[in-house]
Each structure stands twice: as structure tokens, then as C-alpha cells.
Design a protein around this ligand. Sequence first.
Ligand SMILES: [Zn+2]
Length: 98
Amino acid sequence: MKDSEMFVPTPEAEAVQKLMEMDPFEVIKATAEGLGLVLNDPKPSCKHCHGRGWVGRNAETKEPIPCTCIFPKYESQRPTPNILPMNRKQRRAAKNKK
Ligand SMILES: [Zn+2]
């Protein structure tokens, strides 16, 4: 038996091979788009990824690990918007107060 016959490529192995050939940032972007996320461009001055947008690979799946600088800020980090009164009368009253 030849060495080359010992390994029959599984679909998983082929997927990993494809992943290794692709640009890691493109892989991350495609994954994010699939989840409905819009990513920022990597920061060229980022201490973690140095503008690559990824910091390494998962040892098992070979999936690139995205850097935090490409994720938009989470909702919770935004300033809480002022909650406006809902009905017209309340809104008018609030407006007159200012
Ligand atoms: Zn980064």
C-alpha cells in the first residue's frame, strides 16, 4: 500500500484545506455576513492583529480567529437613548417643558 492511499480525504479535510487556501479575513467576513453582521475594517495600528483582522487559527478547525477590532461596538456600550413619552399628549407636554 502506498502512503498516498492511506489517507482518503474526508469532506471535513477538504473543507479545512479550502480554509487554509483562502484569505483568513475573507473567511471571517463571509462567516459574519452569513450571520448578518457587518464588520469594521481592521485597524492598521491594532496591537492584536496589526491590521490583518485576525489573530490566529483554531488548532482543530483551522478557522481563523477574528480580532476584536473588526467587530462593531456592542449595543450595551452605546449611550442609552432618552425614552420619549409614547402618546401625542405626553410628547407635546414634554416638548412644552423644554
Ligand atoms: Zn485587531
